[in-house]
Design a protein around this ligand. Structure first.
Ligand code: ADP
Ligand code: ADP
Length: 232
């Protein structure tokens, strides 16, 4: 479903050159949850941002749902990106909009009729367990509730894949577990393929089918969770 082929990303900043990714190849099968784990500065964030071309790779190819994103025009890419949802550590909600209106936002951009928006947002509120919070503003919500809103908002566009960029790193352990179980439910019930990056071992152990370890811009190990963590 997601395939990265020999991705290299070099940043040129003033007169300094940083190779953030070097020859990274990664395959995320349809319906699976794959995690990439590594220390700070290893290249995780660059890697996940390359998948939807928020960051353009210096070389290599990116396929999502059989389409080569690296060869697309901007308008083709804008269309392809609708298949790719993304959630972040800091939620990125619109503070001036209610929970309902945050979730409705991508649908409004798509010019979905108002009556359909209402039905769809209600479904999504139910899915993430926030029906009671529809008219609250994000500032009134806990971190876990904010992440639920962000998840509902990204699901509004019916993505086939979901990218999770340290999605639980700002949350306490109990809230982390509840968000991870919601992600697992979304994966199973909606058949959404998930790629997540994290620096937390517990996160990958809890929900990933497969895991890759990144260090200094290179994938150094890849396998099932049991393979990777059963080493002496
Ligand atoms: P320093 O020399 O103190 O590292 P830099 O200005 O090069 O200062 O940037 C600080 C760090 O943040 C560096 O490791 C750099 O590679 C990284 N960095 C710079 N710009 C960005 C950015 N837009 N997004 C993420 N990281 C960045
Ligand atoms: P991680 O997410 O694993 O902490 P990153 O992908 O953020 O790692 O960073 C990998 C390397 O690339 C680091 O050396 C970082 O400083 C550098 N880097 C990331 N973004 C930029 C940028 N926009 N400009 C320059 N350097 C960057």
């Amino acid at each position: 479903m997601i395939e990265l082929k020999d991705i290299t990303k070099v940043f040129r900043h003033k007169n300094r050159i940083t190779t953030a990714l070097s020859g990274v190849s990664l395959y995320v099968p349809k319906g699976k949850i794959v995690g990439v784990i590594g220390e700070s500065g290893a290249g995780k964030s660059t890697l996940i941002r390359c998948v939807n071309l928020l960051e353009r790779p210096s070389s290599g190819e990116i396929y999502v749902d059989g389409q080569n994103l690296t060869q697309m025009s901007e308008s083709q890419l804008a269309k392809a990106r609708r298949n790719i949802g993304m959630i972040f550590q800091h939620f990125n909600l619109l503070s001036s909009r209610t929970v309902f209106d945050n979730i409705a936002f991508p649908l409004e951009l798509d010019k979905t009729p108002k009556s359909e928006i209402i039905i769809r947002v209600k479904e999504l509120l139910k899915l993430v367990g926030l029906e009671e919070k529809a008219n609250d503003y994000p500032s009134k919500l806990s971190g876990g509730q904010k992440q639920r809103v962000a998840i509902a908002r990204t699901l509004a566009s019916n993505p086939k894949v979901l990218l999770c960029d340290e999605a639980t790193s700002a949350l306490d352990p109990a809230t982390t577990r509840s968000i991870l179980s919601l992600l697992k439910e979304i994966n199973k019930r909606l058949d959404i393929t998930i790629l997540l990056i994290t620096h937390e071992m517990d996160v990958v152990k809890e929900i990933c089918d497969e895991v890759a370890v990144i260090s200094d811009g290179q994938l150094i190990e890849q396998g099932t969770v049991a393979d990777i963590f059963s080493h002496p």
